[in-house]
Every structure is written in C-alpha cells, then in structure tokens.
Design a protein around this ligand. Structure first.
Ligand SMILES: [Zn+2]
Length: 447
C-alpha cells in the first residue's frame, strides 16, 4: 500500500564506496524494494509517491556504536549525579537528537538506571523519535574498577550507574538482573582510565573467571557483551572470553592484533576517541592543567590509538565510529564529529569513514543484517544530505545539511531543533488551519 519512490538522487548505498548519479530508491511499508540506477527501476505500483531529490546525496542511516543516550552532558565523574526523572527527560531529547543527526541505529555502551530499555520501548511503540536501540543497562564492574567512581569516604549509593559486583557468581547474578530488566547488551569494565588513579588503563579489574562468567551468562541468555578495554591485556581478555564489541582498544601489541584478526568476523572495535580529543582541548573547563592531562597519559593515548587503528585496519578488523557523546565536552548531537576524526586522525578517506559508520556499524547493530546499506530487503533507514559528505565529511555535522532522516520508511525532519514541536508566529498557525503559504496571517501596524 504505502509505496514511496525517491528519484534523482546521488546514491551512496554503502554496499561499496560507489556513488551512483541519477539513482532511485523505492520502499514499501518501511522495507526497501529497489536502490540503484533509475533506468533499472521497475514494477512500482500506481499511486506510489514520487519525490525528486534534486540531486541530493542519499546514504544509509548511520550507527552510533558506543552510545550513552541516558548521559546528560555532565562531567565525566558526575554521570550518576542527575536524578533519574531528569535523566529520563534528557534521554527522550537525546534520542531525538541522535536520530535527527542521521544515526538511525545505536549500540548502547551503558545506561543509567533502566532508561535504555524504556527508551527503546517508547521508540519502538512510536511514542518518541529515536534510533533503533541495542539497549544496555547499568555498567558491570568490580570494586575498585573504573565503574567504582567515588572514594569510600564520599560513597554515594551509585544507584543508577554501576553495579559493583565481585566474584563469578555475583557477576552472573548482575547479568541475570540486567536480563530481567530487558537489556540487550551488557557493558563491562575490563580495565580503567587515566583519570582513575585506582584503576588505570592496563590494570585488569576483573579476573578471567569473572569475565568468563559475564560473557558466558550473557550469551547463554541471548544477550551480547560490550566492554571498556584500553590496554592490550584487556583487549586480549575480551577476545579470549568472547566479548562482542570492544570499546577503546587504544594500546595494542602483536598478540592482541593477531587475536582480533582471527576473531574479526564475530567482533568489532570502537576507538571512541572523541572523549580523549575533547579532554585535551578542554581540560581547563574540567579543572585539569595541561601538565596533569599529559601526566595522565591522554596525549600518548591518542597517538597510540592512531597506531592501533592502522594495525586493526591492516588486519581487516571492523572499526566503528561513535563513542562517549553525552558528556559536557562531547555533548549530545555532535556524534558526526567521529567521522571527521576517522578522516583527520586515522587517515581514512571520507568514503571509508562513511562505510564504517553505515555498512560496518549496521552489521554489528543488527546481526539479522537489516540495516547499514541501501539494498532491496533492508529497512528503509536513510539520510538525505544537502551536500556531498564524500567531498567534505564535516557536512554531516551541520544540521542544516541533514535535509531528512528516514527510519523504517517514516520521515523525520527538523529533529535537531531545540523544540521541534513548537512553531513560531502567526504564520505557522495560519498554515496549521490550512491557509496556503500562511496567506491569512498579516502584520498590522502597532498603535
Ligand atoms: Zn563509554
């Protein structure tokens, strides 16, 4: 019944790096029926909507592979400081921003409270706009891990952020609680962070037995596992025990690269470099001197990551954009910055960065293979761009250039506006009551 045909598109299908000029895309009931050269289009039923894109760029919706939709643009040690009620309201807005920015899928790397699961339900039921969400729950971490943020003398309840669990059976129980609460993916901390003196990168915070318990329990219950692993030791632990999505992987040795290469078909790596780059840029606003930042190893970490990504790509390991947006220095809505980092820091072409964000991210987000490319049989998830991101990848950061986002055949526009529900002025009201071009609205002289 519901058939829509987009014509006159510059089509980047994401199947390979090609851009097809003068292309068409046809979807029916939210599923793509055809995407390719207009001359090959056939079989469209009478009564279909036809929309001329006027040569605009048409690409698959992107995947944010390390999402924290429930983070509220707080500082990195204040993730648990927002009341759940307020965090939920922010999360609704953040999900809208993520979709509006062209990210039609997201893999969560940890949610405060149970927000992700309920957010996902609201999105799927059509109550709120947002990406297809692989929902996570609270972080799983050991006592004195990076999830254990606060010293004992100032110990808050940590109600919403981390589940601090020690020992294989306690870890299994945490995974079971997350299963009961509806999570799709478990986020676990394997090592730490330069800012955490008690849990630096390279110091494993879980034993092998605990990681094995987390992953085997999650897989047994049909959930996946994402981890924080900065060091080669943590990455090797992740691969050996079957973690599915590895976050950071900043420092690699030969053995880690070889392990990743051998398991590359079942896993992916997301460097999530935005946090380090913005911390180096804005350390003052977080109360850190330049010396302190260098002392904590962040500059070295960025350099190491550039080298790690080169080695991962040479080994054929999928590297995904996304990561740690939702902090004060990496606010929600700026997710497309990651593609610029992939080009400028990691030396990819724009086309390669686009393929990472679409084809590769989509394949990891949806193991059923329904998203990430524009091909017959896949979900109609796409972005209409006013401009050419192949020529300049930064175009995707400009909300004015995101002409429309389409998810499952539903069309979204203006989601990046501060309040897309509100229209300004009498002209909007005239339009709303059916007066073409707002013709019924006129300004009168004041008195
Ligand atoms: Zn994260």
């Amino acid at each position: 019944m519901s058939n829509t045909v987009l014509t006159n598109a510059r089509l980047f299908s994401g199947v390979d790096g090609a851009v097809i000029e003068g292309a068409s895309l046809w979807w029916e009931e939210g599923v793509i029926r055809f995407a390719g050269p207009s001359g090959d289009l056939g079989g469209v039923p009478d009564g279909a909507w036809r929309i001329d894109l006027g040569g605009k760029f048409l690409m698959p919706g992107m995947t944010e592979s390390h999402a924290h939709i429930s983070y509220t643009n707080n500082g990195p040690t204040e993730l648990d400081k927002t009341p759940v009620e307020e965090a939920m309201l922010h999360s609704v807005a953040n999900a809208r921003l993520m979709l509006g920015a062209g990210f039609t899928s997201a893999i969560s790397f940890g949610s405060v409270h149970r927000i992700d699961v309920h957010l996902k339900q609201g999105i799927e039921q059509g109550h709120i706009p947002g990406p297809r969400l692989v929902a996570s729950g609270r972080d799983v971490g050991a006592t004195s891990s990076n999830a254990d943020l606060h010293p004992d003398h100032a110990r808050p309840q940590m109600e919403g952020l981390g589940m601090l669990v020690d020992g294989p059976w306690a870890v299994r129980r945490a995974v079971r609680i997350l299963k009961k609460n509806g999570a799709d993916i478990i986020k676990i901390f394997l090592d730490g962070e330069g800012l955490s003196d008690h849990a630096p990168p390279g110091q494993l915070t879980y034993t092998d037995e605990e990681v094995d318990a987390a992953v085997s329990e999650a897989h047994r219950r049909n959930m996946r596992v994402a981890c924080h692993a900065r060091s080669a030791a943590a990455v090797k632990q992740a691969v050996r025990f079957g973690v599915d999505v590895i976050g950071h992987a900043n420092y690699l040795d030969d053995e880690a690269v070889d392990l990743l290469r051998r398991h590359r078909h079942r896993l992916a790596v997301g460097p999530a470099i935005a946090w380090e780059i913005e911390f180096l840029n804005h350390h003052d606003s977080l109360g850190f001197s330049r010396e302190a930042v260098l002392d904590k190893g962040y500059e070295r970490e960025v350099e190491a990551t550039v080298d790690a990504v080169k080695r991962l790509r040479a080994a054929g390991v999928r590297v995904l954009p996304g990561g740690d947006y939702g902090l004060n220095i990496t606010p929600h809505g700026t997710y497309a910055n990651d593609l610029q980092y992939f080009v400028e820091r990691f030396g990819m072409t724009s086309t390669e960065a686009l393929l990472c964000a679409t084809r590769d991210g989509g394949a990891v987000a949806d193991p059923n293979g329904m998203v990430g490319t524009l091909e017959a049989g896949k979900h109609a998830d796409m972005v209409v761009v006013d401009g050419d991101p192949v020529a300049d990848i930064r175009i995707l950061q400009d909300s004015a250039r995101i002409a429309a986002v389409i998810k499952g055949g539903r069309i979204y526009q203006g989601l990046m506006d501060n309040n897309p529900y509100e229209r300004q002025g009498a002209e909007a009201l005239a339009l709303a009551i059916g007066q073409a071009n707002g013709a019924g609205a006129e300004r009168t002289a004041g008195h």
